[in-house]
Design a protein around this ligand. Sequence first.
Ligand code: HEC
Ligand code: HEC
Length: 278
Amino acid sequence: MQRFLALLAMSALSLGVALAQETADFYRQNCMSCHTIGGGRMTGPDLKNVTERKDRAWLSRFMMDPKGMMDSGDPYASKILQEARGVQMPALPGMTRARVEALLDLITEESAKEKSAFAGVQLSDRPFTDRDVEVGHNIFVGATSLKNNGPSCISCHTVNGIGGFGGGTLGPDLTTVFERYQGRKALSIWLSAPATPTMQSVFRKEPLESEEILSLVAYFQHTLTRNPEDASTARLNFILIGLAGTLIVLGVFDVVWNKRFRAVRRPLVQERQLESNA
Ligand code: HEC
Ligand code: HEC
């Protein structure tokens, strides 16, 4: 009986852990692009201590039906809408009562921490420099390794004119990702907590640092604006470099082979000579 209870407690515990993990993942994928917990306002308000600003019943009603709450003319709703400069929080799929309660628990828990995992990156607004582009390129191709040891982007991605072997194809071509992800801020936030399956599983435990994100985003802005002619010149160069490389390799092989060949043949010849001399 005791053992049974222990087992029950253990499975309840691991279920709890799994649920908490599931809620954190849900938050990461659905909320983090608009909210921080303790990192300041983005599109939506900073959610740190939100349950102290407004009661849970109101918050869960709002989260399950933001538009309904706005339309009801509720004064608090109008106030936060105004603070968001009229941008409305969208209704999100999967916001059941249980999910909303779990999310509020998560937000409360994270609010108590000195630095929440959801504080978001502290994005710098300083203008990009050529140096940032260069550093970003080096990070992309793996010449500079990531501080938290994540794998280099080029193992799964490519951009126009990258040279070398052209980069990996598991992930999409990132040449125009700066545009597709709507610019510096949105792309930086996305990279701080990638929400797609592969990216998330790769970088959740080894997140990119904010300086690395800045350099990468500078690089993606550069790959976007780079003259396509540059890219085709780069490709031509690449072919030429590739050709030159092949020739060099062939040359080296030629020398090596000749040496080997001679090295093998000489003793053979000498042996024969010895035999015939005998
Ligand atoms: C597209 C942006 C966006 C997304 C995604 C988003 N929100 Fe919001 N959220 C807002 C905005 C904007 C407001 C301010 C109210 C308004 O203007 O609608 C807000 C308000 C809130 C509030 C009330 C804040 C306060 O100060 O009282 C809570 C709680 C909240 N969001 C939770 C969430 C959670 C949890 C998720 C993910 C499940 C989420 N939001 C996803 C934009 C977003
Ligand atoms: C292990 C392979 C892998 C590595 C390493 C990797 N990615 Fe990805 N990436 C993917 C895949 C696959 C996708 C497609 C969405 C998904 O499944 O996550 C993707 C999607 C993306 C996207 C969204 C692109 C789009 O068009 O929607 C961006 C941005 C991105 N990766 C940036 C990076 C950066 C920057 C690095 C290096 C710091 C990197 N990735 C490293 C596999 C990888």
